[in-house]
Ligand binder design. Structure first.
Ligand code: 5GP
Length: 346
């Protein structure tokens, strides 16, 4: 047994210190990014925020709502081959949508079929497992990289620098970072395993950037300020589940209770998800996600506007004219309190 004594941080442990700047208005801030990749060919041009590949956020409706604003979506795994093919065939900005793929034989076969049916028009894929520390996962990434040399591959999830490096060297362009921080994730509760998300971002970004790779901070953002902190910590992309859930475009059954409308939202390793897609929780495992009811939040456009407004404003507070400069201009201060909650948590 070994204990690491260095303090690791979460979003709630820090604030971003303001800095003198000449920026006059947040409308002057450019939050789009252009990325070229270490392996994949199709360059990214857009706002580097991605809707999570959960079945209630990674929907075609979400993709259609986020595309015009410049954000991207990681589509969930449960559409039919023809549905993906039709979607990718009509997609103009390839980086607007990631095809999600697990590491089973069936996942790979389905991917091959969709690629064929879409005439090879999938530019971005997300190879997704709960635990990215498996040898099988590394081998799988290497195989997909060899099979599709031009594909932009995002792969995860991991939380440490050495595994980030391993995934990039095996063929990943973007490493997805986060174990346990998600809004409907119960991994930390069920297993005791995890890593404070802001420190994971800082450490993995450093490792990735040294190799010409990128990272996507996945999970744990509950406010626009958290998204700004993730970018400030070095994330190239930020993936959002809970913040985009509960909207008209989110999927998830709508339920009325006492005159109020709610939407179901659940983790992809929850009992609800396994009942729906895998005929229940297999006998040898426990669910590592939960289900919640979110008050219906209407069109996602309004929430996205708030998130982007928050990130732009964070940039003006530290004098970053472009999102690209935010990390360089970020100094985190450790705090013991985030918000004044005298009138509630809103
Ligand atoms: P959020 O933005 O809601 O805080 O986090 C979203 C992320 O939580 C997803 O992108 C995914 O990585 C993770 N996630 C989704 N469902 C589950 C689950 O059932 N269990 C765990 N451990 N993580 C999940």
């Amino acid at each position: 047994m070994h204990i690491e004594h260095e303090l690791k941080l979460d979003f709630k442990d820090v604030l971003i210190r303001p800095k003198r700047s000449t920026l006059t208005s947040r409308s002057n801030v450019d939050i789009a990014r252009q990325f070229a990749f270490r392996h994949g060919k199709d360059a990214y041009d857009g706002i580097p925020i991605i809707a999570a590949n959960m079945d209630s956020t990674g929907t075609f409706d979400m993709a259609r709502a986020l595309q015009p604003v410049g954000l991207s979506v990681a589509l969930h795994k449960h559409y039919a081959v023809e549905e993906y093919a039709a979607y990718f065939n009509g997609l103009e900005r390839k980086s607007a949508a990631f095809y999600s793929i697990g590491i089973t034989r069936a996942d790979e076969e389905k991917f091959d079929k969709v690629m064929a049916a879409a005439g090879g028009r999938i530019g971005y894929a997300c190879i997704d497992v709960a635990n990215g520390y498996h040898e099988n996962f590394v081998t799988f990434i290497a195989r997909i990289r060899t099979a599709w040399p031009e594909l932009v591959i995002m792969a995860g999830n991991v939380v440490t620098g050495e595994m980030t490096e391993q995934l990039i060297l095996s063929g990943a362009d973007i490493v997805k970072v986060g174990i346990g921080p998600g809004s409907v994730c119960t991994t930390r509760k069920m297993t005791g395993v995890g890593y404070p998300q802001l420190s994971a971002i800082i450490e993995c970004a450093d490792a990735a950037h040294g190799l010409g790779g990128l990272i996507c901070a996945d999970g744990g953002c509950a406010t626009p300020g958290d998204v700004a902190k993730a970018f400030g910590g070095g994330a190239d992309f930020v993936m959002l589940g809970g913040m985009l859930a509960g909207h008209n475009e989110s999927g998830g059954e709508r339920i009325e209770r006492d005159g109020q409308a709610f939407r179901r939202f659940y983790g992809m390793s929850s009992k609800a998800a396994m009942d729906k897609y895998a005929g229940g929780v297999a006998g040898y495992r426990a669910a590592e996600g939960k289900e919640v009811l979110i008050p219906d939040r209407g069109p996602v456009e309004v929430t996205v506007h708030e998130i982007l407004g928050g990130v732009r404003s964070a940039c003006t507070y530290v004098g970053a004219r472009r999102l690209k400069e935010l990390t360089k201009r970020t100094t985190f201060v450790r705090v013991t309190q985030q918000l004044n909650e005298v009138f509630g948590k809103g």
